[in-house]
Design a protein around this ligand. Sequence first.
Ligand SMILES: NC(=O)c1ccc[n+]([C@@H]2O[C@H](COP(=O)([O-])OP(=O)(O)OC[C@H]3O[C@@H](n4cnc5c(N)ncnc54)[C@H](O)[C@@H]3O)[C@@H](O)[C@H]2O)c1
Length: 273
Amino acid sequence: MTTNSLKGKRGIITGALNEDSLAWKVALKAYEQGAKIVLTNSHFAMEKGKIEKLAKQIKSEIIPADATDMDELTNLFTKSQEVIGGKIDFILHAIGLSDNIRKETPYPELNYDSYHKTLDVSALSLHRMLSVAYKMDAMNEWGSVVALSYIAAERTFPLYTDMAEAKAVLESIVRSFGYHYGKYRKVRVNSISQSPTKTTAGKGIEDFNDLFDFAQLNSPLGNASADACADYCLTLFSDYTKMVTMQNLYHDGGFSCTGITDNLMQVVAKMRK
Ligand SMILES: NC(=O)c1ccc[n+]([C@@H]2O[C@H](COP(=O)([O-])OP(=O)(O)OC[C@H]3O[C@@H](n4cnc5c(N)ncnc54)[C@H](O)[C@@H]3O)[C@@H](O)[C@H]2O)c1
């Protein structure tokens, strides 16, 4: 449904790698709602992903930037404002990577170089982006920043290893920078804690399908899809949520408030038989 809820708004969307990416869906829907968008991703993603296809579809420019590199982020914000003709109204942070997960390293044996990289790419990158935008005064008043998180930030999911810490740091940056950017320019900063979703990053987790099915069974509404996540992001970019900031917002079909569902009880009962 097109309501032009983002008409006249300018946004930077990170993390669109392929059609499965959460950011891909957000970009498509934001474009449908009238936003002008700059896409960005790492140089690796430029080679391996399909971002150019998306850019054509939504008449957008791509400005590559490694989200751990301050010079590249400065270039991203400078060029983005030139390309889309003004200050930025919204940013989607949809960046995650863990070599420890990719290599299936058990939590007690984490490789510390990889651990640092996980934290830098998946969490500190949000601080870096906000810091660059803040110093350049690159965002409009009442702008909106959304970062994608996962409930392993606050409860243990052993397969999520060092990404759990990355998400905990990410959610803390949301609160802390949300305070500072709110005071400075009324820019709001929130995270969305999304259900397991079958994307490249999601599927990188060993036994992801089990995690997905467990969450599906233990959520009264079932898992939230990537499309539904994109719709939720759009509400946070729009003017309908101007006073929402520094929040971690659950978008998980009720998983975060559920002890156990009837569905899961039935599975447990079957195990006894
Ligand atoms: N898929 C899930 O189950 C799920 C659930 C909750 C939250 N999330 C979060 O959603 C976000 C998007 O992930 P996704 O599931 O769409 O997977 P994805 O693999 O499509 O997206 C991850 C993106 O991070 C980008 N990236 C990695 N290193 C980077 C760097 N140095 N600089 C810039 N970009 C870099 C990748 O190129 C990729 O586009 C991530 O933060 C992820 O943790 C995913």
